[in-house]
Design a protein. Structure first.
Length: 317
């Protein structure tokens, strides 16, 4: 296939570029680098089946030649981004998805939308299955991302039903791994950097809020299988193993040998989910997929990358 990956210079997008190239496909990565980095795809320079285009997908997209599949992964994706880039977050979810769907329609390409567990908001159903409509505050600070993705899902299904575009929707739960942004603002890079610097890990409140963490290789496998499947409606891809934030902090301290412990701060971001755990029954049934890398094993792969990156930037000796 000839595949377009929007957000292809981002954390997830760059790993998808690697996978599709490894499977023998031709890949075009498109990214405006607002949160992505060419460092993530530098190793692909010189590969004759790979190309990169710097472009903002909220603007008209022109690509010459056939396109067989489009994976739409362009979007800021962390709470830090929502606060710093609220308009851009909304625009890429709405205008960007519209532009990319238009390209899929014109090319007769299969389209896969990267949606998110954030569509469930601060859930009142636990664990979250795809039939749950969510509990979202549309005007809160996180609403710019939540509603952008909910709109993106709606317009994707509209293009499927009205225009007959062959679409897929993946709802991605917390994913970590190599190439995460150091200033991402999410719990994994925050904790790892604090631990590597020998600092206490900052936990907000009592740390009893829960998250489920999946290693990036598992996410990529799930996305690849979903693209090749016949499933049109959303599918959760995540690791159902659930940890409290305090348990997760303790695990990172143990792996890194950090003796500084944990410090609690009385602060919570508005609308921050108190629980988050995917129901992956559908992914198991339809895709034959479930995560293969447990959290500790994934962290042991990820932490050395963070250490090397901090050293390269002169932030760690």
């Amino acid at each position: 296939m000839r595949v377009l990956i929007t957000g292809g210079a981002g954390f997830l997008g760059s790993h998808l570029c690697d996978r599709f190239l490894a499977e023998g496909h031709t890949v075009i990565a498109m990214d405006n680098l607002i949160t992505g980095s060419t460092d993530n795809i530098a190793h692909l320079v010189g590969n004759e089946r790979f190309s990169y285009i710097k472009h903002d997908v909220t603007n008209y997209i022109f690509l010459d030649g056939p396109i067989d599949a489009i994976l739409h992964f362009a979007s800021p994706a962390s709470p830090v981004d929502y606060l710093e880039l609220p308009i851009q977050t909304l625009k890429v979810g709405a205008l960007g998805t519209h532009k990319v769907l238009g390209l899929a329609k014109a090319k007769g390409a299969r389209f896969l939308l990267a949606s998110t567990s954030e569509v469930y908001g601060d859930p009142q159903v636990h664990p979250q299955e795809e039939s749950y409509y969510g509990h979202v505050n549309p005007i809160g600070p996180r609403g710019v991302y939540d509603e952008a993705k909910r709109f993106a899902e709606a317009i994707t299904m509209a293009y499927n039903r009205y225009h007959g575009v062959d679409t897929r929707i993946v709802r991605i739960f917390n994913t970590y791994g190599e190439r995460m942004r150091l200033r991402d603002g999410r719990v994994v890079p925050n904790f790892i950097q604090q631990a590597l610097r020998g600092e206490p890990l900052t936990v907000y409140g009592d740390g009893a809020q829960t998250r489920s963490f999946q290693y990036v290789a598992d996410l990529v496998e799930g996305v690849y299988r979903l693209l090749l499947s016949d499933e049109v409606e959303p599918v959760n891809i995540g690791n159902p193993g659930e940890f409290t934030i305090r348990q997760f902090a303790e695990m990172i301290n143990e792996i890194t040998g950090n003796k500084a412990g944990i410090v609690a701060k009385d602060m919570r971001t508005q609308d921050d989910p108190q629980v988050r755990q995917p129901d992956i029954t559908k992914a198991r049934r339809i895709l034959g997929w479930e995560p293969q890398v447990d959290v500790e094993a994934g962290l042991r792969r990820t932490i050395p990358w963070f250490r090397e990156e901090l050293i390269r930037r002169g932030e760690l000796s």
